[in-house]
Design a binder for this molecule. Structure first.
Ligand code: NDP
Length: 474
C-alpha cells in the first residue's frame, strides 16, 4: 500500500486547511481526527478542491500512524494545552524510534520544552512550530516559526517550506532555534498582533467618537491608509470589517457587534514574558489590559453613569492619526523584538531578528510593508532596539510629534488610548538621558536602606535620613 509523506492529527480550522495546503503542494497526507464527523467534512472539502487523491483519511489512530512513511513526521494541530499531551500519549506507543512529532498549535514555549525533554530519551523527535495566518493562511501559505533540533528540522523542512507563504519567492518558514524558540517567537508575534489591533481600535475610536465619523467613512480612511506606509493585512481587513453591512438591519455590522474582547493565551504570555525578562513591553501589556477592561461591560456602563458620558469633538487631523499609528507600531514592534532578543540571550537560542522579521513579511496576521523595512534594518544593524536603527530614528522623528498630538487630544477629549499613550510614554522614557529613578532610589533607601549609587562616589551608598517619619517632620 502507498504510504503518506506526512501525517496530520486534528482537522479543526487550522489542521484541515494545513492538510489541504500540504496536499496541494504535491505531498500525500494521512489525516486523523478524534471525532469522525470532521474527517467526513474534510473529505468533502478535499474532493471539492480535487485534492482527495492526495489525502488518506483514517479514523483509527494506529492505522493512521501505520499509513505514514518511516521515519514518520506527524503534525499535531489540536487545541493547545492538555489535548496536546493527551495526543502525545496516544501516539507514543504507536511510533517508532526516529519518528517525529511536529506540534503546530499555540503552545506555551515552556510546555514545548518539557515535551521535547520527555520525548528525546524515547528516541522520538519533537518540533514546536508556531503557525500564523488564520484559516486562509493555513490553506494558502502561513508564516511558520520552527523550534527544535536542527536534525528534525532538516527532515521536515521540504514540506514546511513548501506550504509556507512566499515573500518575493522566499519562503516565510524558518528554523529559528532550539527547544521552545518557535513557540516563543509565535507568542510574541501574537503579543505584537494584540498591540496592532488595539492601536487600530483606538484610532477608530478617535474617528468615531472624536471626529464623528460613521463606519463607512472610517472604512474609506483605512482603505486609503492601506495604500501608504501603514500597508498591512490588519489595516486592510479593518477597512473590510468597517464597511460590512448587517443584512438583517441594514446597519453597519461593526456598530452592532458587542464591544467586548477576550484575552488569554499568547497575549497574556507575551506580557508575562516581558515582565519576567525585565523588558518593557508597555504597548503589548496595554493591549492585553485594554481587552480586560473591554470585557467588563457592566462595570463600564456603571462607571459611565457615575462620571457622565463623554461628549464633543476633538481637534485632530487624519494625517496625524496615520502618523500616530505608525509611531505606535514602531514602538510596539521595538518592544516585541526586544523581548525576543532578551529571551534568546537567556536561552542561548541565537535568534536572528532579521530572519524573524523576514518570515513575518507574508502569511501571518501582522504581515506588513513595514516588516520588510524592519528585516532590512535588522540585517544591516547589530542593534536589537529598533528605535536606535538609523532608518527608524528618521521615521520616528517624523512621526512622534503626531503621536503626541493624538495622545494629548485623546486625553483632553476623554478618549481612552491605552496602547498609544503607553507607547508614547515608553518612547519618552527611553530617550530621556536623565530620568526620575533617582528619586525612587532615594525613597527606597529612606524606608529600607536599599542603597543608591552616585557617580564618582560608588554604589551602595546611603543617605543620612531621619530615623523616623516623626523626626523627619520636625
Ligand atoms: P479548532 O477548535 O477548530 O479545532 C480543534 C481541534 O482539536 C479539533 O480537531 C478537535 O477535535 C481537536 N481536539 C480538541 N481537544 C482534543 C483532544 N483532547 N484530543 C484530541 N483532539 C482534540 O482549533 P483551531 O484549528 O483553530 O486551532 C488548533 C490550534 O492552532 C490551537 O492551538 C490554536 O491556538 C492554534 N492556532 C489557531 C489559529 C486560528 O486562527 N484558528 C491561528 C494559529 C494557531 P474534535 O473535532 O474531535 O473536537
Amino acid at each position: 500500500m502507498t504510504k503518506a509523506d506526512i501525517g496530520l492529527v486534528g482537522l479543526g480550522v487550522m489542521g484541515a486547511n494545513l492538510a489541504l495546503n500540504i496536499a496541494e503542494n504535491g505531498y500525500t497526507v494521512a489525516v486523523n481526527n478524534r471525532s469522525a464527523q470532521k474527517i467526513d467534512d474534510f473529505m468533502i472539502a478535499a474532493k471539492l478542491e480535487g485534492l482527495d487523491g492526495k489525502v488518506m483519511p483514517e479514523l483509527d489512530l494506529a492505522a493512521f500512524v501505520r499509513s505514514v512513511k518511516r521515519p514518520r513526521s506527524i503534525i499535531i494541530m489540536v487545541k493547545a494545552g492538555r489535548p496536546v499531551d493527551d495526543m502525545i500519549e496516544l501516539l507514543l506507543p504507536l511510533l517508532d524510534k526516529g519518528d517525529a512529532i511536529i506540534e503546530c498549535g499555540n503552545s506555551l514555549f515552556s510546555d514545548t520544552e518539557q515535551r521535547f525533554e520527555y520525548l528525546t530519551p524515547k528516541g522520538i523527535g519533537y518540533l514546536g512550530v508556531g503557525v500564523s495566518g488564520g484559516a486562509e493562511g493555513a490553506r494558502h501559505g502561513p508564516s511558520i516559526m520552527v523550534g527544535g533540533s536542527r536534525e528534525q528540522w532538516e527532515n521536515a523542512a521540504p514540506v514546511l517550506k513548501a506550504i509556507a507563504a512566499k515573500f518575493k519567492g522566499e519562503s516565510c518558514c524558518a528554523w529559528l532555534g532550539e527547544g521552545g524558540a518557535g513557540h516563543f517567537v509565535k507568542t510574541i508575534h501574537n503579543g505584537i498582533e494584540y498591540g496592532d489591533m488595539q492601536m487600530i481600535a483606538e484610532v477608530y475610536g478617535v474617528m468615531r467618537d472624536g471626529l464623528g465619523m460613521d463606519a463607512s467613512a472610517c472604512a474609506d480612511v483605512f482603505k486609503r491608509w492601506n495604500e501608504g506606509p501603514l500597508n498591512s493585512y490588519l489595516i486592510e481587513i479593518t477597512g473590510h470589517v468597517l464597511e460590512a453591512v448587517d443584512s438583517e438591519s441594514g446597519k453597519p455590522l461593526v456598530d452592532l457587534i458587542l464591544d467586548k474582547a477576550g484575552q488569554k493565551g499568547t497575549g497574556v504570555w507575551s506580557a508575562i514574558a516581558a515582565q519576567e525578562l525585565g523588558v518593557p513591553a508597555t504597548a503589548i501589556e496595554g493591549a492585553v489590559a485594554a481587552r480586560s477592561i473591554s470585557s467588563r461591560k457592566n462595570e463600564r456602563i456603571a462607571a459611565e453613569g457615575a462620571y457622565g458620558k463623554r461628549e464633543g469633538a476633538v481637534d485632530i487631523s487624519l494625517d496625524d492619526l496615520e502618523k500616530a499609528l505608525l509611531a505606535g507600531k514602531i514602538v510596539s514592534y521595538t518592544q516585541g523584538f526586544s523581548v525576543i532578543a532578551r529571551k534568546s540571550e537567556e536561552k542561548g537560542w541565537g535568534l536572528e531578528l532579521a530572519t524573524i522579521a523576514k518570515i513575518w513579511r507574508a502569511g501571518c496576521i501582522i504581515r506588513s510593508r513595514f516588516l520588510d523595512q524592519m528585516a532590512g534594518a535588522f540585517a544591516g544593524d547589530a542593534s536589537t532596539n529598533l528605535l536606535m536603527v538609523p532608518d527608524f530614528v528618521t521615521l520616528m522623528k517624523d512621526c512622534h510629534p503626531a503621536l503626541r498630538r493624538v495622545v494629548a487630544a485623546g486625553a483632553l477629549g476623554e478618549l481612552p488610548l491605552v496602547c498609544l499613550s503607553s507607547a508614547l510614554s515608553y518612547f519618552d522614557s527611553y530617550r530621556q538621558g536623565r530620568g526620575t529613578a533617582n528619586l525612587i532610589q532615594g525613597q527606597r533607601d529612606f524606608f529600607g536602606s536599599h542603597g543608591f549609587e552616585i557617580e564618582g562616589r560608588g554604589a551602595d551608598l546611603h543617605g543620612d535620613w531621619p530615623a523616623t517619619i516623626a523626626e523627619a517632620a520636625e
